[in-house]
Design a protein around this ligand. Structure first.
Ligand code: 4AD
Ligand code: MG
Length: 480
């Protein structure tokens, strides 16, 4: 190792260069007996132990080595005398790079609740739990691009500011430069968006799908991976107002090809995490098992986090139609005993997360893909089936999460799509280009959207979606 150059802790731990002089830099997790620093630089979950000889050290420096402070250590790598680590560093020199007021530093070496940590989102990444989550998140971003690159897909950047409502749900954040107190008005007294920045009404996108379809009908296999925004007022452990979505779009795929791709993709991601995030996942597994103990017996997971990941990798997903699912739910115990909050009485009902979780966790005990949903509960662009009642939609349902993926075959027939847009009163002026794709060389095609944070919830075992994104945006909360 080059003298004068800092070595990262993960490299030291894996190469264990006993006898060498090194420089390490990082944040003090604990400082015991004025002698042992547990130092972490985020390169790994593990800390390196630094042994300082306090008799040699300037007492003014010694005082400044506190939990949270940032230090640079020059020292020698030695075999560790103590238990729990192979090597440690005998410090020759300690420089304080950044003090942490020991009395005011909010992260003490003790267990903090996740609720408390959400209030200090600027510091929570310095805990083992959040360090592990951030590293796993990075590994999953990389694995997404690797999967699609290996399959010959092209990554397309789709716009964040859009003029159309992809999901037709109307839950959008407006983008405008008009003065809210005094907007330009038309003669009839309405806000005149033709005078707005883009000359029309615009919003933050809820999905990159419509735009990525344009690339699909030229490059065949494409995907977009970007932030999406939904102004739905649902304060749940699975909803964010700003989340990241991966949306592949494939020419010449029907709904069954698409379900197969979704299954292969999720298995690949779980497998990648198991292979590349071992110590972080082992830590998160222990953490999740610990959390389970505070739950009533009936609500506890039968499988540990690592077992759940392994289970997804090795077992095939159950694929059933919406109609079959309704039959199962209608005759299920919680429906008959009126335990569901929303009872399933008839075909056509929208499924709630309690129903999705029943199918996955109690009935099939494995991931489930539901397909061919009633057209009235799904988006306008989904391909209509010959029965005139259903569309070629599919949702992938996961244990503990519910819907992790939503997708469909797209309506590629111009007349059918146009009629559906009219039936639903969707303003055609915003979608003329989307319709035009069906006029010029239309092709059967399909795609889906994977909610990236729901994936990270599954991979890390974190129960609240606010804990798997660095800065969660939820109703009444955008502090950081
Ligand atoms: O089912 P959704 O709404 O589908 C679409 O947006 C399609 N355009 C996707 C496509 O076919 N290209 O959303 C897809 C996924 C959901 O299954 C869920 O995992 C996630 O996005 N999702 C959310 N994640 C966090 N917070 C929210 N508010 C979410 N809404 C959807
Ligand atoms: Mg959906």
């Amino acid at each position: 190792m080059r003298p004068g150059k800092r070595t990262k802790i993960n490299e030291l731990l894996s190469t264990a260069p006993v006898g060498e002089k090194v420089i390490v830099k990082g944040w003090v997790r604990t400082f015991r007996n004025n002698q042992f620093i547990a130092l972490n630089d985020g390169s790994a979950l593990e800390n390196i132990q630094v042994v300082v000889n306090y008799e040699d050290l300037d007492p003014s420096i010694l005082k400044r080595i506190t939990t949270g402070s940032c230090v640079s250590i020059t020292g020698e790598v030695v075999e560790s005398q103590g238990k729990g680590q192979k090597i440690e560093i005998t410090a020759k020199k300690v420089d304080i790079l950044g003090d942490a007021d020991a009395e005011k530093y909010p992260l003490q070496p003790k267990k903090h609740t996740l609720e408390f940590l959400r209030k200090i989102a600027h510091l929570r990444v310095r805990t083992n739990t959040f360090g592990a989550i951030y590293r796993v998140r990075h590994a999953m971003i990389f694995a997404v691009h690797k999967f699609f690159t290996e399959k010959g897909f092209y990554n397309i950047h789709t716009p964040i500011v859009t003029g159309s409502d992809a999901e037709g749900a109307g839950e959008m954040f407006r983008v405008t430069t008009l003065d809210p107190a005094n907007p330009v008005k038309t003669d009839s007294g309405e806000v005149d968006y033709s005078k707005d920045f883009f000359g029309k009404e615009t919003n933050l996108t809820v999905s990159g799908q419509l735009e990525v379809e344009t690339a699909c009908l030229a490059l065949s296999d494409v995907y977009t991976f970007g932030p999406t925004f939904r102004a739905e007022n649902s304060n749940t452990s699975r909803h964010l107002a700003e989340f990241w979505m991966i949306e592949p779009e494939m020419a010449f795929y029907d709904i069954h090809d698409t379900m197969d791709l979704a299954e292969e993709f999720l298995k690949y991601l779980a497998n990648y995490a198991l292979a590349h995030c071992k110590s972080d996942l082992e830590f998160l597994d222990k953490r999740a098992t610990e959390e389970e103990k505070s739950k009533p017996q009936v609500e506890r997971n039968e499988l540990s986090l690592l077992e759940r990941l392994q289970f997804v990798v090795t077992n095939s997903f159950e694929k059933i139609s919406y109609t079959e699912a309704i039959d199962i739910l209608r005759n299920s115990k919680p429906n008959k005993k009126k335990k569901f909050q929303y009872l399933i009485n008839e075909w056509g009902a929208d499924l709630q997360s309690e129903h999705e979780r029943f199918l996955v966790e109690k009935h099939f005990k494995r991931p489930v893909i539901l397909y061919n949903y009633p057209k009235n509960i799904k988006a306008f662009y989904m391909r209509q089936n010959d029965d005139d009642k259903t569309v070629a939609a599919m949702d992938v349902l996961f244990p503990g999460i519910g819907e992790i993926i939503g997708g469909s075959q797209r309506e590629e027939r111009y007349d059918v799509l146009k009629q559906r847009i009219e039936e639903l009163d969707i303003p055609e002026k915003d979608l003329w280009w989307y319709l035009e794709l069906r006029k010029f060389g239309s092709a059967p095609h399909s795609g889906f959207g994977l909610g990236f944070e729901r994936l990270i919830q599954f991979i890390t075992g974190m129960e609240n979606i606010r804990d798997v994104i660095p800065f969660p945006r939820t109703p009444e909360s955008a502090e950081f």
